[in-house]
Design a protein around this ligand. Sequence first.
Ligand SMILES: [Zn+2]
Length: 183
Amino acid sequence: MSALELPETVDVERLVSHAGVLEGQLSAERLTRLAEVYQVQSALSARVAFDRDSQGRPRVGGQLAVALGTTCQRCLQPLTLTLHREFESVLCTEAEALALDADPAADPEVEPVVVGPEGFRLASFLEDEALLSCPMIPHHEFEACRAPGAAAPAGDPPPAGTRKPFAGLDKLLKEKPAEDGSH
Ligand SMILES: [Zn+2]
């Protein structure tokens, strides 16, 4: 199955005026910045929609997915990260972005993206979004990890110095809600 390759840049005004939707991929060889840090194992697939927000500003939103190979920081074995990210940004000129930065009433959740005279750099934007969703400390799911400490019973912490104390804590809390002392 060959998906449509997404363009490097797109004309925002044209897409916004038609509420345009682009679906396609950036093939692995185009993901040069991700490839500096990871083994890129798939194309980046994305669905990107253009419209206007309640204030009439052009807006881009959608989802992306890509598979990246790296090393688990617990067991040092190979690990595939399957990233899924949803994104939404307001598109503006450089002057508008500076004004938004300086405006104390601006919604801090809205991330402005500057569109230059060459158009909206879609490929670069999607690669940025993928980089933003990469974990700081990649590791396997708890059950799949081969690190000796990873499968230890609750209350038996791994030796000091082998892990960052809070790495993945939120995940552990979610995955192990009621296992303390149950066996
Ligand atoms: Zn692991």
